[in-house]
Design a protein around this ligand. Structure first.
Ligand code: 5GP
Length: 193
């Protein structure tokens, strides 16, 4: 596989990375397209198949693993598999797009390792673990159990931040959004390897 640039945004759940990724997708000059991941987790709220995720059963997901269809995959939470299909990235590259990912830290770092030169890996840092808890509760899309699972994972994820190319501190959303646009604009303007 080879093609355009890859931009990864990873962060603990509730850090605001999805908001940042959405903002970046609204900047036409960046020529970005979102990599829709596959997942075996149930759909939440207004999520749409093929737009937010390719929703599938655990057994369908495991078949894709067996067929080596994934660029990377992860059992992010128990029985909740997430992964990037090679076909998704190839499809977007064929359209001449730079591909942007909203994925977990392990998956993000795996892609960076596979495509070191053409990938910009950005870690979005929340103000604190307490603030994360508040944000997740406000979102109120999940049970307390699930929220606690996400918080426990956040502490482990925060420790991986130094392995990323850049860290954006999301303390003030406006500042973080501007920083993200500047970073990505510089990266996509660099000559292709
Ligand atoms: P959520 O269930 O909130 O949509 O996502 C849970 C976590 O899985 C988030 O950290 C999200 O970024 C991550 N995730 C989403 N897609 C992928 C993927 O394709 N690969 C990996 N490794 N993680 C993903």
């Amino acid at each position: 596989m080879k093609g355009g640039k890859l931009i990864i945004f990873s962060a603990p759940s509730g850090s605001g990375k999805t908001t940042i990724v959405r903002h970046l997708l609204n900047q036409p000059e960046l020529n970005l397209a979102f990599s829709v991941s596959a997942t075996s987790r149930p759909r939440r709220g207004k999520e749409k198949n093929k737009e937010h995720y390719y929703f599938m059963s655990v057994s369908e997901f495991k078949n894709h693993i067996k067929n080596d269809d994934f660029l990377e995959w992860e059992e992010v939470y128990r029985d909740n598999f997430y992964g990037t299909l090679k076909s998704e990235v190839e499809r977007l590259w064929a359209e001449g797009k730079n591909v942007i990912f909203d994925i977990d830290v392990v998956g993000g770092l795996r892609i960076k390792k596979k495509f070191p030169e053409q990938t910009l890996a950005v870690f979005v840092k929340p103000p604190s673990v307490d603030e994360l808890k508040i944000r997740l509760k406000k979102r109120s899309t999940e049970s307390d159990d699930k929220i606690n699972m996400r918080i426990a994972k956040a502490s482990v994820e925060l420790a991986t931040a130094p392995q990323f190319d850049r860290i954006i501190k999301n303390y003030d959303l406006e500042v973080a959004l501007k920083e993200a646009v500047d970073l990505v604009a510089t990266f996509v303007a660099e000559d292709k390897e």
